[in-house]
Design a protein around this ligand. Structure first.
Ligand code: FES
Ligand SMILES: [Fe+2]
Length: 370
């Protein structure tokens, strides 16, 4: 089936009327999930959903050359050799966190002041997996023979630079990245954390980071591939093949899209996609509900699986903010809302990982058409 082929119009049925009419706010009471939200200034609209098969095909605009050129420019930007270790909250006091990044085993933990520490995950004595060792009084104590590490170099163990940005934990692996090191990871502008609801989701796939980034640099797939989340998507600006790679902000895509809320509500926004470094794509809402909110997608190479296939961890950080009066309440309820945000994000990522894995598979077999 091609994207032009309607899949839900059967020959025996009269063609459905194109349904793009939009009514504004009054009937909002019918949306159960939003019943308690303040209605003043609510940008939510009720719109009959655009029939999936009747939306405008985007494949002609989704130029493989434009996506490939944007991917190439993102790959040329510096990362300073920083890699995402995981959500900050998952590295808790009193226990270590382990991750293998590009085949390098890393262990991280926190000292008594809560400072993030990281280093090689194999004990320098006889190779014990330090991710399984306990943390005592801020020191990681090897459970095989008791070598205690306080984050400084000892017995042949040398720390890696680590950074906690409050949402994500990072480690710098100079031998892996091979770039000029930077003191800090390249982070996009974020809304203030005190005014944001944050949630981090992780999912692992069989592909390379570039497949994840390429998926994000194809904004045209949104309403086609994720009709449960998006509708009415138009890419209003795409960088040319020759865009200036030095300007990560201008070298981006701008999209007008409606987020679906419930079965009949939509929230229209304008969003920009940029790639500030080779393994990160950021979607920032630039206009509409939640302006300045960001969704960061980070792709971290993990190494090969037992069949020699590359594995990549996708870490998606959502920092949602709103000047809507009810948002303070939403933030107060953050521990309850976070799993919901994660679940929505996980569904998108199941599909997007399938896209990335398919892209890797086609590339690996010389069949990728782009
Ligand atoms: S293996 Fe860690 S102290 Fe011996
Ligand atoms: Fe997607």
């Amino acid at each position: 089936m091609t994207p032009d082929t309607p899949r839900s119009v059967s020959p025996g049925n009269p063609p459905a009327r194109p349904r793009r009419s939009v009514r504004s706010v009054p009937p909002i009471r019918s949306l159960r999930s939003l019943r308690r939200l303040p209605r003043r200034g609510l940008p939510l609209r009720l719109a009959a959903p655009v029939d999936w098969a009747r939306q405008r095909p985007t494949w002609r605009e989704a130029s493989p050359a434009v996506i490939a050129a944007a991917l190439k420019r993102s790959a040329a930007r510096p990362s300073g050799n920083w890699y995402v270790l995981g959500p900050s909250k998952e590295i808790r006091p009193g226990r270590p966190h382990g991750r293998t990044i590009a085949g390098t085993e890393v262990v991280a933990w926190r000292d008594t002041a809560g400072r993030l520490l990281a280093g090689p995950g194999a004990c320098p004595h006889l190779g014990a997996p330090l991710r399984e060792s306990p943390v005592h009084c801020g020191r990681l104590v090897c459970h095989w023979h008791g070598l205690a590490l306080d984050g400084r170099g000892a017995a042949g163990w040398e720390p890696y630079p680590a950074h906690d940005d409050g949402v994500l934990a990072w480690v710098r692996l100079d031998a892996v990245g091979g770039e000029e090191p930077l003191d800090r990871p390249v982070l996009p502008a974020r809304p203030p954390r005190a005014a944001s609801l944050t949630a981090v989701t992780e999912a692992e796939g069989v592909c390379e980071p570039e497949d994840v980034v390429a998926n994000r640099l194809d904004p045209w797939h949104g309403a086609w591939f994720h009709p449960y989340s998006f509708s009415d998507l138009t890419v209003v600006r795409a960088p040319g093949v020759e865009a200036d790679p030095a300007d990560a902000e201008e070298d981006g895509f701008v999209v007008e899209v409606s987020f679906k809320v419930g079965s009949r509500g939509t929230v229209p926004v304008r969003a920009a996609f940029t790639a500030p470094e080779p393994r990160t794509v950021v979607m920032r809402i630039v206009e509409g509900e939640g302006a300045t909110s960001v969704v960061e997608t980070h792709a971290t190479p993990l190494g090969a699986d037992d069949r020699g296939r590359p594995r990549t961890m996708v870490t998606e950080a959502v920092l949602a903010t709103s000047d809507r009066p009810g948002f303070a309440l939403a933030r107060a309820a953050a521990p309850l809302l976070r799993p919901l945000v994660r679940r929505a994000s996980a569904r998108l990522w199941r599909d997007d990982l399938a896209y990335a894995e398919r892209r890797w598979h086609l590339r690996g077999t010389g069949r990728f058409p782009g």
